[in-house]
Design a protein around this ligand. Structure first.
Ligand code: DC
Length: 223
């Protein structure tokens, strides 16, 4: 029997950071579901497919093969056999990914990929619709939230550390646009599941947030 920890929330709530740390500490396989949508967005950029060309995007789905590996707790992402872990975090991908992930057909295909990646494993999985749609019966369901200015500040710092050239205003605007788009999706919209544990991360350090989430998991898992 596999054990599933599902974590949802908007950008900049520390989902990625906390999930990666806990995956190492508790020996759970880390699956960042946003990376699957980022791979589709990267494929579109590589093949000069525009957001308006919805039919082309849908037609290209069978040609998109995504794989993920955990190496020392870090997630390595492959698109059609080539490692793209860094490329999928670029400004260009970040700017179109929310809209790409709004396409119903893209979601159905990616949810299938995500469920397959989790098959038979003890996983910690983060995204926008994991607690509500991908794994509504997950063993642990958590919703991470936070003030948008604080979330933008965290993301801005992260972008700077990675050498990605975006101003704070650009990051804040991107977060606001993605929040709106993610919450209004026809399928898989970002929402708080009724039985999810809600955590406001605005005033929490990464360490405090990680410990809170870890305690919840350990209590349920019994180890
Ligand atoms: O978590 P992230 O920033 O890497 O996610 C990229 C985009 O993908 C985000 O704007 C919303 C979308 N996404 C989604 O719709 N469903 C998921 N389960 C994960 C991400």
């Amino acid at each position: 029997m596999s054990f599933v920890v599902a974590i949802d929330g908007p950008a900049g709530t520390g989902k990625g950071t906390v999930t990666s740390l806990i995956s190492k500490e508790l020996g759970l396989v880390n699956i960042d579901t946003g990376a699957t949508y980022r791979c589709v967005a990267l494929y579109m950029i590589q093949n000069q497919i525009k957001l308006e060309e919805k039919e082309k995007i849908i037609a290209s789905l069978p040609a998109i093969h995504i794989d993920m590996k955990n190496e020392n707790g870090e997630q390595i992402v492959f698109l059609n056999g080539k490692e793209v872990t860094k490329e999928i975090r670029s400004k260009e991908v970040t700017q179109i990914v929310s809209q790409v992930s709004s396409i119903k057909e893209v979601r159905f295909a990616m949810v299938e990929v995500q469920r397959k990646l989790a098959e038979g494993k003890d996983v910690i999985m983060e995204g926008r619709d994991i607690t509500t749609y991908v794994f509504p019966n997950a063993d642990v369901k958590i919703y991470l939230d936070g003030d948008e200015n604080e979330r933008a500040r965290r993301r801005f710092k992260e972008m700077q550390e990675k050498g990605i050239n975006m101003t704070y205003e650009e990051v804040l605007k991107n977060i606001q646009a993605r929040d709106k788009n993610d919450k209004e999706k026809e399928v898989g919209a970002l929402k708080i599941a009724e039985d999810a544990i809600y955590i406001d991360t605005t005033h929490l350090t990464v360490e405090e947030e990680k410990e809170k989430v870890k305690e919840i998991i350990k209590e349920k898992r019994g180890k």
